[in-house]
Design a protein around this ligand. Structure first.
Ligand code: PEP
Length: 260
């Protein structure tokens, strides 16, 4: 069984460094020293350095929510992978649907960022997922295949094994709607099948594929128990320490029991 990985995407929250620090402190205290489940926090870029200090001595990873593909230069408002590493990051979210759909980010741009992230040893969390219209038009697998092909182009099998994917149906993000475990498992099985065709079964078996879309403490266990769901990328529920820790504890229970 792949080690379950729970990551919190704080998006543009909370409003102050003080609130961000207390949230990180509470998560750190709840997680303790145990590494049976991988955990990462992805705060806004301006808080990264301070959260890195809070997380000192903890197994919790730190992630950026985005980065630029160029290493330095005249790119106003952008942040390079090396800058994220310097701020203490181990991870970076790439191609989140709010960037793809809200800011026009393309698969080619996600791919450029992915190669730049790997070049500085950041663990990328690459997000893919269909919109509600695409699901209703029965295009989910075509959309996933297009995003996988474009976003992951040019990776070796060894590089692929170290990339985390997050299947996030756009219609389930921040809406309170969650994919049923069956819908999510079907999409994850499709993704793993595609990985197996492109990179071979041994690599496909190593890739961690998170689910994201209104994951909460009360629905986490049944999603995480699905054979191809290896964790969660959590938005709203990662802003309350008790909820985020509830999801981590659900992952711990699934880990202790094992999957079928
Ligand atoms: C996300 O932003 O990646 C996400 C899954 O958000 P939420 O959990 O709020 O749906």
């Amino acid at each position: 069984m792949r080690t379950l990985f729970i990551a919190g995407n704080w998006k543009m929250n909370p409003g102050t460094a003080e609130a961000a620090i207390s949230l990180a402190e509470a998560v750190k205290a709840g997680v303790g020293a145990s590494a049976d489940v991988r955990v990462a926090l992805c705060p806004p870029a301006v808080f990264l350095n301070r959260i890195d200090h809070v997380l000192e001595g903890s197994p919790i990873g730190l992630g950026g929510q985005n980065m630029y593909w160029k290493p330095e230069g005249a790119f106003t408002g952008e942040t390079s992978g090396a800058m994220l590493v310097d701020a203490g990051c181990t991870h970076v979210i790439l191609g989140h649907s709010e960037r793809r759909h809200g800011m026009g980010e393309t698969d080619a741009q996600v791919n450029a960022k992915l190669h730049a992230a790997l070049a500085v040893q950041l663990i990328p969390i690459v997000c893919i997922g269909e919109t509600k219209d695409e699901r209703l038009a029965d295009q989910t697998e075509d959309v996933l295949q297009g995003q996988l092909t474009g976003s992951l182009a040019g990776l070796s099998s060894e590089q692929m094994a170290g990339v985390v994917l997050a299947y996030e149906p756009v219609w389930a993000i921040g809406t309170g709607l969650t994919a049923t475990p069956e819908q999510a498992q079907n999409a994850h099985a499709f993704i793993r099948g595609w990985l197996s065709e492109q990179f071979g079964p041994a690599t496909a078996a190593r890739v961690v594929v998170q689910y994201g879309g209104s994951v909460k403490p009360d629905n986490a266990a049944e999603l995480l128990a699905c054979p191809d769901i290896d964790g969660a990328l959590v938005g709203g529920a990662s802003l309350k320490a008790a909820d985020f820790l509830g999801i981590i504890n659900a992952a711990r229970d699934v880990t202790a029991k094992g999957k079928a």
